[in-house]
Design a binder for this molecule. Structure first.
Ligand code: IMP
Ligand code: MG
Length: 180
């Protein structure tokens, strides 16, 4: 499928499932290198809803032991970031004394992940690192430091592979960008 339509908007294929698999593989290799000799407990925290597809592929490429938890944050309305971040569901287990890797689908303004990093840090983890599949550096101007970035993209709106427009499009196996 090269073109998909949602809410009178047209999206074109931007990253195929093959390309996504390569991106996830490279990210996993980086993460494996950094965590292979870690002795303490590690928790991957996926940010819902967008990261569920990415994290399911990523975990199967990691070669160390870890737990998986989720938190749910909300900021977007349609194709615009609202800048108002709600932690709808916080991590339901203690993260004190553990290494935390936050898994995001995409970092746009960076406000969501920044808010969540601060939330996690207040709970005394041993370390906090962040991983995102996609990043829009022209929007967040690198004010926020992400440890593992799959691919930097220009400031365009994308859907698929977990990313949605008003709740739809998450099931697409590729990433599609808005045709303007
Ligand atoms: P930020 O707070 O502006 O960095 O936005 C982060 C959240 O907004 C992400 O977790 C996504 O859920 C959503 N988001 C940002 N950009 C896009 C996009 O291009 N498509 C779909 N969702 C997006
Ligand atoms: Mg998200």
């Amino acid at each position: 499928m090269e073109i998909v339509n949602y809410f009178d908007k047209t999206f074109e294929l931007f990253l195929s499932s093959y390309q996504l698999d390569e991106i996830v593989k490279t990210l996993a290799e980086d993460i494996n290198k950094q965590y292979e000799n870690v002795q303490e407990d590690i928790i991957l925290v996926g940010i819902l809803n967008g990261s569920f597809v990415f994290i399911s592929d990523l975990v199967r490429k990691l070669s160390f032991e870890f737990e998986v938890e989720f938190a749910k944050l909300k900021s977007y309305d349609g194709t615009e970031s609202t800048g108002d971040i709600d932690i709808v569901l916080d991590v339901p287990v203690s993260i004190e004394g553990k290494h935390i890797i936050i898994i995001e689908d995409i970092v746009d303004t960076g406000l969501t992940i920044e808010e969540f990093i601060n939330n996690v840090k207040r709970k005394n983890p041993l370390s906090v690192k962040t991983c995102t599949l996609l990043s829009k550096p022209e929007v967040h101007n690198d004010i926020i430091d992400i440890d593992f970035v799959g691919l930097e993209i220009s400031p365009e709106f994308v859907i698929g592979y977990g990313l949605d427009i008003n709740g739809l499009g998450r099931q697409l196996s590729g990433v599609y960008r808005l045709v303007t």
